[in-house]
Ligand binder design. Structure first.
Ligand code: BT5
Length: 267
């Protein structure tokens, strides 16, 4: 099992497109999302990537945590500033990152991956969670910014899984666990979809992002229970991803649109 450390030199080799300016590497930090939010407030331009071999306070959504042994996967964040796109459309940013991550694990490791709305990456037909994505909007003196963080489990072993429904590329039978190649493929994918989406003014239909997301989404068409922030939940059939990236659910009492929540796929 390969847990050799990443090096800045090999990461610099991934700066092949137009979007990414620099890839910083830390042996350890609290949270790469928190670090990039701070950098954004201090005036950092878009295109910075921050990779950490270990996070001591890795964050999930809604104050949950992301836990992974050092070098057992990829934990990184990217800084974007899609100022020209209407706020309401920013919900597509984590979905675009999810599409990029799903495509990358298929291409590099041969593991079929599906997305549970909004952005959990599930391995194959199992419901094991390979990756999670945390997208945060940050107000800065230079305008609003988006920090998108991805945690991807690569060589995590059974006994290291932080929760029973987690999995890794190794456990899912991946043919490669090369973290540099995986990171490169994810960054290429984010760049591709981000540039297309931004050029389309955030219209996920005309740039093809909505169709691509839908084709990789394990939630559409399923019976779901969506836990909303707070106590409430919505039960029904996941019908569509709307123009803002929200989930449309058909319930007994009509159509409901969910902008944020935790989906449980009900059989
Ligand atoms: C997420 O939240 O899945 C978003 C995770 C984002 C992590 C990245 S790592 C780089 C960047 N910097 C950060 O500080 N964060 C981002 P959510 O959907 O709320 O899921 C969190 C839940 O996933 C936890 O409550 C656990 O149940 C589970 N979990 C924690 N660690 C996991 C892991 N390594 N693999 C699979 N599941 C995990």
């Amino acid at each position: 099992m390969d847990r050799t450390s990443l090096t800045e030199a090999e990461l610099a080799g991934l700066l092949r497109g137009d979007l990414w300016r620099r890839i910083d590497l830390l042996a350890e930090t609290g949270s790469t999302n928190a670090d990039l939010a701070r950098a954004a407030r201090d005036g950092e331009a878009e295109g910075l990537v921050l990779v950490a071999e270990h996070q001591t306070a890795g964050r999930g959504r809604l104050d949950r945590s992301w836990e992974a042994p050092a070098a057992s996967g990829l934990t990184f964040s990217v800084l974007l500033r899609p100022e020209s796109v209407d706020d309401r459309r920013w919900g597509w940013l984590p979905l675009a990152a999810g599409v990029a991550a799903a495509t990358a694990v298929e291409e590099v490791a041969g593991v079929g991956a599906r997305l549970k709305w909004p952005n959990d990456l599930l391995a194959g037909t199992e419901e094991g969670k390979l990756a999670g994505i945390l997208s945060e909007r940050v107000e800065t003196p230079d305008g609003p910014a988006a920090v998108i963080g991805i945690g991807l489990n690569v060589t995590m072993r059974e006994e290291e899984l932080p929760v029973p429904n987690a999995t890794s590329l190794l456990l899912a039978g991946g043919t490669s666990t090369d973290r540099v190649q995986l990171l490169g493929a994810i960054l290429d994918g984010i760049e591709r979809w981000y540039q297309a989406w931004r050029a389309a003014g955030g219209d996920a239909d005309s740039c093809g992002l909505r169709q691509e997301y839908a084709s990789r989404c394990a939630t559409l068409g399923r019976s779901v229970r969506v836990q909303l922030p707070g106590e409430e939940s919505v039960t029904g059939t996941a019908r569509e991803i709307d123009a803002d990236g929200a989930l449309g659910v058909t319930t007994e009492s009509g159509e409901v649109t969910v902008a944020a929540g935790d989906v449980v796929h009900v059989e």
